[in-house]
Ligand binder design. Structure first.
Ligand SMILES: *[C@@H]1O[C@H](CO)[C@@H](O)[C@H](O)[C@H]1NC(C)=O
Ligand SMILES: *[C@@H]1O[C@H](CO)[C@@H](O)[C@H](O)[C@H]1NC(C)=O
Ligand SMILES: *[C@@H]1O[C@H](CO)[C@@H](O)[C@H](O)[C@H]1NC(C)=O
Ligand SMILES: *[C@@H]1O[C@H](CO)[C@@H](O)[C@H](O)[C@H]1NC(C)=O
Ligand SMILES: *[C@@H]1O[C@H](CO)[C@@H](O)[C@H](O)[C@H]1NC(C)=O
Length: 367
């Protein structure tokens, strides 16, 4: 009894420390990949498999800095006091899920006109906060336009130009939302893809990629170029169209995920922010459930493309931004209905400002 009380107190104390990103990171050191993979894979009845991705050891501190990107403090806002209030609100009946299928995903929809399956790659840059919303909005503009707008929207511009955020050192979702409402973003695809105006400037590399190694352990945040293009094959030197966001809607799945699923089904992929623990990094396939690593590495933003049920386990189908070599061809599935790593509670739908997207001429950033 006494032992467990002391143990509990220790945990509480550690969690309090963990409110500061630096303290939290300090708990993670280099981990032998093979050891963690073995113990995950031999866990009885586990619904997912891990892989070492050919890594000998994993520097968890580096992963926290370069593969995630939602600021810890941003995540904490919601895990604390607000939750009860939100819980009450979510009890109100909101959705009618009668016609929503048991399994659905935009990823293999083979949409006739929209490239919904594109997986982005943040490389060694903590910029998920820019990649995920750009990816969600790209899909939504394409769906809403019936496939007229197929060029991806620029995560690069968001990464480098959202003033209050920290580029590759992470960001707050509210600032990128403000920016998307006010200025929007322009077109721009993956590194060297020749798609759109302002492409991602950081070459894919490192841990989860078979491509060239990184020049530096952590990428530098590229300079903000305003609306100037870095794709010399693009039809303009400077992009004129701004693709803005009208608003965002919080669609939490506290007691029911009907509202979130209906939103995905009718309007396209949505955004999720959740806690990443060390074992998630080694996810290879199956339905992820947190098993190992006590301390979250940090907050991560991703794009939810669907859901389903497999062997009676409900899951979300999610596009990550770690390239196609990671997980299930760049995607992962995470258990749905148990608020795994806070996933269910913080789902957000982004509404494209479709009718207005050509009207904005204001530009943020240096020209
Ligand atoms: C919840 O989502 C909002 C918007 O996406 C974000 O600002 C906030 O940090 C998130 N909180 C958590 C706990 O994920
Ligand atoms: C819910 O769906 C059913 C069946 O499609 C329909 O009859 C009913 O009117 C809907 N209710 C609401 C509130 O939309
Ligand atoms: C998309 O196509 C459908 C069916 O062809 C049509 O009903 C709808 O109005 C179109 N939407 C837009 C935005 O053009
Ligand atoms: C959903 O997918 C699971 C696993 O593939 C399958 O067993 C189930 O029958 C599917 N449900 C429907 C309604 O198709
Ligand atoms: C915006 O304007 C351009 C040029 O006038 C046009 O080609 C494009 O289709 C428009 N986009 C939308 C979404 O209406």
């Amino acid at each position: 009894m006494l032992v467990s009380v002391i143990f509990l107190l220790l945990i509480v104390q550690q969690l309090a420390l963990c409110e500061h990103t630096d303290h939290c990171r300090a708990k993670h050191e280099k981990v032998k990949a093979i050891d963690m993979v073995r113990s995950i894979n031999k866990t009885p009845k586990i619904s997912w498999k891990a892989s070492t991705y050919k890594l000998k050891e994993i520097d968890m501190n580096l992963i926290a800095k370069t593969k995630l990107g939602v600021r810890m403090e941003d995540m904490r806002m919601m895990t604390s006091a607000k939750v009860q209030k939100l819980e009450k609100e979510s009890k109100k009946p909101t959705a009618n899920a009668t016609n929503i299928p048991e399994n659905f995903t935009w990823a293999n929809a083979n949409h006739a006109k929209c490239p919904l399956g594109t997986i982005r790659d943040q490389s060694n840059c903590g910029g998920c906060w820019a990649l995920a919303p750009a990816s969600v909005l790209s899909d939504k503009f394409c769906l809403k336009s019936n496939g007229t707008i197929t060029t991806p929207l620029s995560h690069q511009k968001l990464l480098s130009c959202v003033e209050n955020n920290y580029g590759c050192s992470g960001g707050y979702m509210r600032y990128v939302f403000d920016f998307l409402k006010q200025y929007g973003t322009i077109t721009g695809g993956e590194f060297d893809s020749d798609k759109g105006c302002q492409m991602y400037e950081i070459r894919p590399c490192g841990a989860f990629s078979s491509k060239m190694p990184c020049a530096f352990p952590e990428a530098f945040t590229p300079k903000c170029r305003g609306d100037r293009c870095n794709n010399e094959w693009y039809k303009y030197k400077t992009e004129k169209n701004h693709y803005k966001m009208l608003e965002y809607k919080w669609v939490p799945a506290f007691f029911s995920d009907d509202q979130a699923r209906q939103e995905i089904y009718e309007n396209g992929p949505i955004l999720a922010t959740f806690w990443v623990y060390p074992d998630f990094v080694l996810y290879k396939k199956g339905i992820y459930v947190h098993k190992m690593g006590w301390w979250p590495l940090g907050g991560h933003a991703v794009k939810v493309v669907g859901w389903g049920v497999e062997n009676d386990v409900k899951f979300w189908h999610v596009a990550n931004s770690w390239g196609e070599d990671w997980g299930e061809n760049g995607y992962f599935r995470i258990r749905r209905g148990t608020n795994e790593c806070n996933f269910d509670w913080n789902l957000t739908a982004l509404v494209p400002d479709y009718n207005n997207n050509n009207k904005t001429k204001s530009v943020s950033g240096t020209q």
